[in-house]
Design a protein around this ligand. Structure first.
Ligand code: NAD
Ligand code: MN
Length: 361
């Protein structure tokens, strides 16, 4: 009988509120489905750990995670610690250490959610953004010299490798192929960035030949933002570099109603290491500690986690429960214009999961 070891890293801010909510939902799923069980191990890494130990996670932290079947992550970001320290010290350390090179970000307008685009019906917006998650603009290559002097210089060098681009393109084409429309948009900026992005385009064309049944096109990243707003139905699966997809996916989340809903998976497609699932939002300093965070992004991330584990039925059951809850405006949190608390939304989802399978559908 399948038993999964889930490592939980709540991190900072509202991560500490939404990750326990996600764990509760997974527990409710297991309690109501024969043959599905989880054990959870929680790691108190993040800003508090940094204050106590001078680092965001222990040096051998990756070894503690290695045996997990999947990781559920909250957020890294603390008002008292610079953002580049929290990000590089925890989340990126795990993404890079476990070579989770494909960051997958589905976007849909869930039932009951009022998206900001007035000419867009929920059916018009159904995207998956694939973000290159291991190199590009966030490779960490660069430096500073002459610090504090007028001639000070700082560089961030974008690194694109043939192997890195080939593997993310292949992943994106395969994902597009698995979706009903079999359509991929390759996001680029090869007009202005005439080295790396030109190679990116060349490799897209090369890999496309392995997928003759996938229709694909190219779009410059700036034009892509306008297309997302003006012609959302013309997009299905997108693939973009680390920075480009970072920006596009926050736009996508906002167009789907709220940053609080959007999920993501940091995936090692070769399954050499555990993959990591997280809501795309951050620590939300303005609402942290108040019990007001929307847990839906974390629930949806748990759906992705279950899909990754091959637990398709459980994934669908959780998604149905989440959709039933978003459909009820009384269960909307503040980011959706409602007044519900994290606990109320979580309890509503768990209650649905505990109902007999047919009634929950
Ligand atoms: P943020 O996502 O934390 O917040 C942006 C806005 O959205 C805020 O007004 C917040 O209240 C709201 N919001 C976000 N998630 C919500 C939810 N679940 N429910 C209700 N409202 C929600 O982004 P930010 O303010 O730019 O960043 C705050 C901190 O988080 C920074 O330190 C940043 O570096 C960090 N951060 C971390 C991650 C991550 O760990 N993956 C991602 C983004 C930002
Ligand atoms: Mn981001």
């Amino acid at each position: 009988m399948p038993h999964y070891k889930i490592a939980c890293i709540p991190g900072d801010g509202i991560g500490k509120e939404v990750v326990p909510a996600g764990q509760q939902a997974l527990e409710a799923l297991a309690a109501s489905q024969d043959g599905l069980s989880f054990s959870f191990q929680s790691f108190g890494w993040g800003g508090d750990w940094y204050r106590a130990h001078g680092e965001m996670m222990p040096a051998d932290g990756l070894d503690a995670l290695r045996g997990a079947d999947a990781i559920l992550f909250g957020s890294a970001g603390d008002p008292q610690i610079p953002d580049h320290v929290t990000l590089w010290g925890l989340r990126l350390k795990i993404c890079q250490g476990f070579d989770q090179y494909a960051n997958v970000r589905p976007t849909r307008i869930l039932p009951g959610i009022d998206g900001p685009l007035k000419r867009c019906t929920p059916r018009d917006l159904d995207w998956v953004i694939v973000r290159e998650n291991s190199e590009g603009e966030y490779a960490g290559v660069g430096g500073r010299a002459h610090q504090g002097h007028p001639i000070e210089v700082a560089t961030d060098v974008s690194i694109l490798t043939r192997a890195g681009v080939e593997r993310i393109m292949r992943f994106a084409f395969r994902l597009a192929q698995s979706r009903p429309r079999k359509q991929l948009t390759v996001v680029t900026k090869s007009n202005a960035q005439r080295h790396g992005m030109v190679m990116w385009d060349e490799i897209a064309l090369q890999i496309s030949r392995e997928f003759p049944d996938v229709r694909w096109d190219k779009e410059l990243v700036d034009a892509c933002t306008a297309r997302m707003v003006n012609r959302p139905a013309s997009l299905d699966t997108l693939v973009a570099t680390n920075l480009h997809a970072d920006v596009l996916s926050d736009l996508a989340a906002a167009l789907a109603g709220s940053l609080g809903i959007a999920p993501t998976g940091n995936i090692d497609p070769e399954r050499r290491y555990p993959s990591m699932f997280e809501p795309i939002h951050g620590s939300a300093f303005d609402i942290m500690g108040k019990g007001l965070a929307n847990p839906v992004g974390t629930f949806w991330s748990c759906v992705m986690l279950l899909e990754h584990l091959g637990e398709t039925a459980a994934a669908q059951r959780l998604m149905r429960a989440v959709e039933a809850v978003t459909a009820d405006p009384r269960l909307h949190t503040g980011d959706l214009g409602g007044q519900a608390t994290t606990a109320q939304v979580t309890e509503a989802v768990c209650r649905r999961l505990r109902e007999p399978a047919t009634a929950a559908a």
